[in-house]
Design a protein around this ligand. Structure first.
Ligand code: WTA
Length: 656
């Protein structure tokens, strides 16, 4: 038998019980408490959620029906009326929290702002009124393309306040990608900024919006609201483009929150899948509010004294649920940082923690691996003693990174919550509760109360302990995605048919493989579809292939993820050229830049390998498994008997 690696020893054997002093103060303070909650929720999920909805949220009108489940379509709190912006702002104004810091913001160049709940409310109301003046109505969609500044959160809350749905597009996406998303959502207006600071540069954003909507390429967009951040010169189209600071001058701060139906559209957020163009994931009002509220409250064991910092960008679901809505609904202090660690200040994250006394820090494994590489002297030179809880999200965390996080950042005192979830799930599905759950490095542990998760085979049968399978959810939950925007059929096909419904039991499956160990701990093993994760960013290989093929030189492209120590995976592209073109370094560079233009810098291929032909099956399907092996520099694993032309492989290897 071979020796177990360090990694497997850590995975299998180490267990970290919640520190006693943490549990003593925690709302859910023991594994028994968790188990009780879990059992109660499982026995009657509707009663469980209804009780919390009543206790934790403000309603203009109570619901008639907790759950209307016509698989795969769920409606929660039917007949109820509420507004998430009211729950995030107004209701705190009648309490002592009125003057509590709602949002602490630190800009990359070192400027900063703090908005109390009263101040944030005022700004949101003003922007809501400006949106109305610009013709935005309940039911319209507003695009948001912003740097990490308070106005990004203000814009989201302003939309929610008047019943307009937002569709936030990550500021790192290119104008082409922005255009596709604005068109798919038929956005009426775009909120953006002149630019934002990232890694010591002023990154232009308004310019990208101009490119996206130029020549009537996004005909639904009638107005652009521009926040001034960097002061860089931008073109302002008369009649279409408006400065926020101008319109704000005369904007009233009185804007009552619109009572919304529980199931009214709250936002669309585009995400990558294994096929086709990015999908508009639809989230609605009440269920999303309740679930992000409860997961924030219990998973972070939130206290009124916490200073909570999630390092995600508002362009991703993590920013939506756990920078903006979850924390503010709880009346917490949420911190937002504009920048990223950069050569001029690689320790900037630790500076922020020290400066503001951050107590809860939530980041991604890819960031942790980068911190490790930058060196422990950086965090060690700062006082991080305010921290009491750490979290991770986005990809499986390797036990080494977990241990480093635990030791160097958490000083062996802070529990780590490894949260598994997706854009589609709206909130945490698998996660430790920090005062209750003994953690194992690399495991997202157990389902959140109310979530029925299981590992199954293709027929929906539960996998045996430690046997790999598909990670599925077996009962609807309040913040589940409702549909793919404009494409109910795709919603059904993508998420509910991979594992066929059986005896009325539906299985939600969104692409991850997992195993469950003999103690019931879930170990997420990563995507089993053609979605890759580059520095925690979710990308569909097919989108990148389409981008490559749209270049005149490219006849065919196949993209796979290549394992990368820092980023988790890197984009690796195999390309065959059109007859007239010859491979060259210049062309490789050009193709990489082409992908950046089509999608954004996050999708830039790390490597492009030119080949005369792709390895294909006799039916013409590209054998990606082989390409993955080749990209990783591994021996070809498994059966190659279905390969049509075996010499292709030798040629591909020869190019290695
Ligand atoms: C992966 C991000 C392992 C997973 C919130 C999922 C994780 C995809 C974890 C969703 C985790 C997220 N452990 N894998 N703790 N968290 N993932 O939609 O593959 O950007 O399907 O949502 O990230 O990515 P998305």
């Amino acid at each position: 038998m071979s020796q177990p690696t360090i990694e497997s020893i850590l995975q299998e054997n180490r267990v970290f019980p919640p520190p006693e002093e943490f549990s003593r103060e925690a709302a859910i303070a023991s594994l028994e408490d968790y188990q009780q909650l879990y059992d109660k929720a499982k026995a009657d999920p509707q009663a469980f959620w209804a009780e919390l909805a009543e206790k934790e949220l403000h309603w203009f009108q109570k619901w008639d029906t907790v759950l209307d489940w016509q698989p795969p379509v769920a409606k929660w709190f039917v007949g109820g009326k509420m507004n998430i912006s009211y729950n995030c702002l107004d209701r705190h104004l009648t309490t002592w929290r009125k003057n509590k810091a709602a949002l602490i913001w630190e800009g990359e160049p070192g400027d900063s702002r703090t908005l109390t709940y009263a101040q944030l409310h005022r700004e949101v109301c003003q922007m809501a009124n400006v949106l109305k003046e610009l013709g935005v109505q309940k039911g319209d969609v507003v695009g948001i393309y912003m740097p990490m500044i308070p106005e990004a959160a203000i814009a989201m809350l302003a939309c929610a306040r008047i019943g307009a749905a937002h569709s936030v597009v990550f500021g790192g996406f290119s104008s082409e990608a922005l255009r596709d998303r604005l068109n798919d959502a038929e956005a009426k207006l775009v909120i953006t900024a002149d630019g934002g600071y990232r890694k010591d540069k002023a990154v232009p954003l308004k310019e990208q919006v101009d490119l996206a909507i130029a020549n009537n390429h996004a005909p639904s967009v009638k107005n652009v609201l521009v926040v001034q951040r960097t002061g860089q010169k931008v073109h302002m189209e008369p009649g279409r483009d408006h400065w926020w600071h101008d319109l704000k001058l005369n904007a009233s701060a009185d804007c009552p929150a619109e009572p919304m139906d529980s199931e009214d559209l709250l936002f669309i957020l585009y995400t990558s899948g294994s096929t086709g163009k990015p999908k508009g994931v639809v989230h609605t009002t009440a269920g999303y509010n309740l679930y992000t509220h409860m997961t924030t409250k219990w998973t972070f064991d939130l206290k009124d004294t916490d200073v909570y910092w999630c390092t995600a960008d508002v362009g991703w679901i993590t920013g939506h649920s756990y920078i903006v809505y979850g924390p503010l609904s709880n009346g917490a202090t949420t911190l937002m940082y504009e920048g990223a660690p950069r050569p001029s200040n690689p320790g900037c994250f630790w500076d922020v923690i020290e400066k503001y006394g951050v107590t809860i820090f939530y980041t991604a494994p890819t960031a942790i691996r980068a911190f490790i590489k930058m060196g422990e002297h950086l965090p060690k030179a700062r006082n991080l003693s305010s921290l009491r809880l750490l979290g991770t999200v986005g990809e499986p965390i390797n036990p080494e990174a977990w241990m480093w996080y635990h030791k160097i950042i958490g000083n062996e005192r802070c529990p780590i919550v490894d949260t598994w979830w997706q854009t589609e799930t709206g909130g945490f599905m698998l996660t430790p509760l920090p005062g209750a759950t003994p953690t194992k490095p690399g495991s997202a542990t157990f389902p959140f109360p109310g979530i029925l998760a299981e590992v199954v085979d293709l027929d929906g049968n539960p996998a045996a302990d430690n046997e790999g399978g598909y990670l599925v959810i077996k009962h609807p939950w309040p913040s589940m995605m409702r549909t793919v925007y404009g494409d109910d059929e795709r919603f059904r096909r993508t998420y509910w048919e991979h594992i066929a419904p059986k005896d009325g039991q539906y299985f939600y499956f969104a692409g991850d493989g997992a195993r469950r160990d003999e103690e019931g701990y879930f170990w997420v093993m990563g995507r089993v579809d053609d979605v890759i994760s580059v520095a925690g960013h979710r990308l569909g290989t097919m989108e990148i292939e389409s981008a490559l093929v749209s270049h005149p030189a490219v006849a065919e492209a196949a993209v796979v993820g290549k394992p990368d120590e820092l980023k988790g995976e890197e984009v690796f592209a195999f390309v065959t050229l059109e007859g007239d073109y010859e491979e060259s370094e210049a062309l490789e560079k050009e193709l990489k830049q082409h992908v950046v233009n089509e999608i954004g810098a996050i999708a830039r291929p790390g490597e492009i390998r030119f080949t005369d032909a792709m390895p294909k099956t006799r039916s013409g399907k590209i054998m990606r498994r082989l390409l993955r092996n080749l990209a990783a520099g591994q021996e070809i694993a498994g059966d190659t008997s279905t390969l049509e032309d075996r010499t292709v492989l030798d040629k591909l290897r020869g190019g290695a």
